[in-house]
Design a protein around this ligand. Structure first.
Ligand SMILES: [Fe+2]
Length: 265
């Protein structure tokens, strides 16, 4: 059960916006689908304490796409943390990120701390955490062992039983997990990239992946395949005792066009 000091954490991921207002991913208008998801958040979780945008904010890395995202999420009365995905452009993100949003790597609120890592490798689809990111993680966890921690990044740190996606995950996952295993205050790892939901445990650490705000990928598929599930987001209730309640909500009420014949994205 949530307590009086619990925090509401919202994750939106993989919006894949383009500079064109009618830009699509696999046939879906990504501005419209993000808008539908944001309306759902406003209805279900109108007062989050923190919002995470966990990468692939833009499909094309354009300034215009980041400006659009900044405008679309501008209604949140909560800090919004952006981190990079493989489709993102760090320079353009840094140029655009503005009021209410941040590329900061650490946030501390109440009895929780959030660490936002950058797994983008320029020009690659797979991910890798630089030594500097791993050191920052290790130091941040060591600094405040009294705070429950959530570690966020873009690429998946475990195999998910989908060959094409497992080839483009986090390459140095062993290094990440070795740091996580050194500390007892990590409650959850959260990522995007795979456009599907995961909720499982590794030791006592909850592993959470979240649907995209646009097109979803079919779980357990050897080759690229699109799922028919609707765009969505994840909510988390973070209790002061370190326990987590979480779920995924989807914009099931909207009809979207999807090109199911696509062979890749
Ligand atoms: Fe993505």
């Amino acid at each position: 059960m949530s307590d009086d000091n619990s925090l509401c954490f919202i994750q939106i991921t993989d919006p894949h916006l383009r500079k064109e207002a009618d830009g699509t991913l696999l046939g879906m208008n990504t501005r419209s689908s993000l808008d539908a998801v944001l309306q759902l958040i406003q209805a279900n979780h109108p007062n989050p304490d923190v919002v995470l945008a966990s990468g692939d904010v833009a499909q094309d890395g354009s300034i215009e796409a980041y400006r659009c995202f900044q405008d679309q999420v501008g209604f949140f009365d909560a800090p919004i943390y952006w981190l990079s995905g493989n489709h993102d452009n760090r320079e353009a993100m840094t140029t655009v990120v503005g009021e209410g949003a941040s590329l900061d790597k650490v946030a501390r609120i109440g009895s929780w701390q959030f660490i936002f890592l950058d797994s983008l490798v320029d020009g690659r689809v797979y991910g890798h955490l630089a030594e500097s990111e791993l050191t920052l993680l290790d130091n941040t966890l060591s600094e405040r062992p009294d705070l429950h921690a959530i570690v966020c990044f873009h690429h998946h740190p475990i195999d998910i039983g989908s060959e094409w996606l497992d080839n483009i995950g986090l390459k140095n996952r062993d290094q990440l997990l070795a740091v996580i295993d050194k500390h007892e205050n990590v409650r959850s790892l959260i990522w995007g990239h795979i456009h599907q939901e995961i909720d499982q445990y590794r030791n006592d650490v909850r592993l959470l992946a979240t649907p995209s705000t646009c097109v979803q990928f079919l779980p357990s598929s050897k080759d690229f395949a699109i799922d028919r599930l609707a765009p969505g987001y994840r909510w988390l209730t973070l209790n002061s005792d370190g326990s987590i309640e979480t779920g995924v909500e989807r914009a099931d009420h909207i009809d979207f066009n999807i090109d199911y014949s696509s062979k890749g994205y």
